[in-house]
Design a protein around this ligand. Structure first.
Ligand code: FES
Length: 106
């Protein structure tokens, strides 16, 4: 049987917060921070998602290719704050598939 979903953007995306045991299903295009806020998962921030502070850094455990590529703003932030290759800014990274993320303080 032909897979009718192949190559299409999913209708929903699940964001899993490890090891908290919480998952939030969001519409594609939502930020990781928006998903976290909806299930009361704490993510550090001091700039209200303006992409300045870098406190919202999360490590992507699964589904890195289910995040839209970083914008110029996020790329600058990632360089300025020395993000690792598996890290993204939760306030700027937008999901378009299932992912799992963690931080050092959960
Ligand atoms: S909350 Fe400040 S850069 Fe994301």
């Amino acid at each position: 049987m032909k897979d009718r979903t192949a190559g299409k953007t999913p209708q929903t995306s699940a964001v899993e917060f490890v090891p908290l045991g919480k998952t939030k299903t969001v519409k594609p295009g939502a930020t990781i921070l928006a998903a976290a806020n909806q299930v009361s998962v704490p993510i550090g921030q001091s700039c209200n998602g303006d992409g300045v502070c870098g406190w919202c850094r999360v490590r992507v455990l699964r589904g890195h290719d289910h995040l839209l590529p970083p914008t110029a703003l996020e790329r600058k932030l990632m360089a300025d704050c020395s993000f690792g290759p598996d890290e993204r800014a939760a306030c700027l990274a937008r999901v378009h598939g299932d992912i799992a993320v963690t931080t050092t303080y959960w």
